[in-house]
Design a protein around this ligand. Structure first.
Ligand SMILES: [Ca+2]
Ligand SMILES: [Ca+2]
Length: 130
């Protein structure tokens, strides 16, 4: 786990499931206490919650806590998307990937910029044309 900063990085705005609720709506995300809006969250809601909470956790490790630096982006991709993004440890791959979604070229990814990557990966995963 990363050093520095406080806590697990999850937003307090999102309720933390009680143990019973966690059993009901486990998203299979793997890391950290699961978060969701309620005990009734669906698989899709859990998936969205996971993406948001992972983005927040990585974005919060340095600099601006609401955007991903290239370093944070590389760590997120390498740790969370190893099967969808090959060679994430190759700086050239990360450079190319980041510049393809960093719309304003400021070297930081906002959530909406990052979300484009999720869209691309999801489209490819589903075999949809882009
Ligand atoms: Ca950051
Ligand atoms: Ca940007």
């Amino acid at each position: 786990m990363g050093a520095g900063g406080g806590g697990a990085g999850f937003s307090a705005d999102v309720c933390i499931c009680e143990e019973d609720e966690a059993r009901i709506c486990r998203g299979g995300a793997g890391t950290a206490p699961h978060t969701c809006w309620s005990a009734l969250c669906t698989g899709m809601e859990a998936a969205i919650t996971t993406i948001v909470s992972q983005f927040q956790a990585y974005a919060g490790s340095e600099g601006c806590s609401s955007t991903l630096s290239k370093d944070e982006f590389q760590k997120l991709v390498a740790a969370q998307l190893p099967n969808f993004v090959k060679n994430a440890s190759d700086p050239g791959v990360i450079d190319q990937l980041m510049s393809s979604i960093d719309e304003n070229n400021d070297g930081e990814l906002t959530f909406s910029e990052f979300w484009q990557l999720i869209g691309k990966l999801a489209s490819r995963q589903g075999g949809f044309s882009q």
